[in-house]
Design a binder for this molecule. Structure first.
Ligand code: ADP
Ligand code: ADP
Length: 233
């Protein structure tokens, strides 16, 4: 399992701007779900963007440490990062095609028919079985509800079998029923997998976190409201 260490991260969206992140540090515990909370604008999405190598920090860095050694993510190619760290955004990117094609055209070996491998098929089969979707794979993705699209996006992320799974407000715009189905998928997908979850839904937080570092003002707020844990910690 991979340890992720974020150290003294400073990120600015453009020269002369106030940093979106100013000296943020945290460690993701291998195999655990960590939830990141904070008010809108605190920099949560920015942190996820750095983790996905979509944005480079001005200083500080993110180190991945595993059995094979340790590397700063800036020394890895975006593709290499993508195979290890991938996630769900609030609005999943969906091709105007069937559900089947949305699954077929995604993932690490999408361009290679030969490589649309046994492993990949097994991952998909497991997911299709979970969702009960085998009869629906021919449906146009544009006609499917937001919650089902998030489930689809999760299936695509899992084709990478990422060591780190990032979840950015995964249940944001969903009704209760679909949110429940998605949560059940997420519980399964994150079990034993290093996960960073951004959410402000308490229900999602309750179900899906093993620890809560907070950034921005939320840290103080959370500590102010802190209730004793049952185990007294
Ligand atoms: P959160 O996800 O916690 O709401 P963000 O990371 O989206 O916070 O935003 C942190 C700060 O960075 C905010 O002030 C926001 O306006 C700014 N910001 C985020 N993305 C961009 C961008 N692409 N360009 C310019 N400013 C941005
Ligand atoms: P510290 O008190 O040094 O921040 P803790 O391990 O006690 O370290 O807490 C780690 C994080 O978890 C803190 O950011 C804290 O706000 C949050 N936290 C701790 N206990 C609770 C709780 N009962 N409910 C919600 N958040 C909590």
């Amino acid at each position: 399992p991979l340890t992720v260490e974020v150290r003294d991260l400073v990120v600015r969206h453009g020269e002369g701007r106030v940093p979106a992140l100013d000296g943020v540090g945290l460690t993701l515990t291998p195999g655990k779900r960590t939830a990141l909370v904070g008010p809108s604008g605190a920099g949560k999405s920015t942190l996820l963007a750095v983790l996905m190598r979509l944005v480079d920090p001005e200083s500080g860095g993110i180190r991945l440490t595993g059995p094979g050694g340790s590397a700063d993510i800036r020394d890895l190619t975006p593709e290499a990062v993508r195979e290890r760290i991938t996630g769900l955004t609030q609005d999943p990117y969906i091709f105007q095609a069937t559900l089947r094609d949305n699954l077929r055209l995604a993932g690490p070996d999408a361009d290679d028919e030969e490589l649309q491998s046994a492993v990949r098929r097994a991952r998909l089969d497991r997911w299709v079985e979970r969702t009960g979707w085998d009869a629906r794979l021919g449906e146009d993705a544009r006609t499917v509800s937001g919650g089902q699209l998030q489930r689809l996006a999760l299936a695509r992320a899992l084709l990478y079998d990422p060591e780190i799974l990032l979840l950015d407000e995964p249940a944001e715009a969903l009704d209760e029923t679909t949110a429940d189905a998605l949560m059940s998928d997420l519980l399964d997908a994150t079990h034993g997998r290093t996960t960073l979850l951004v959410t402000h839904r308490l229900r999602v937080l309750d179900l899906l976190h093993d620890g809560v570092p907070a950034i921005g003002h939320a840290r103080r707020r959370l500590q102010g409201r802190r209730r004793p844990r049952p185990d007294g910690r």
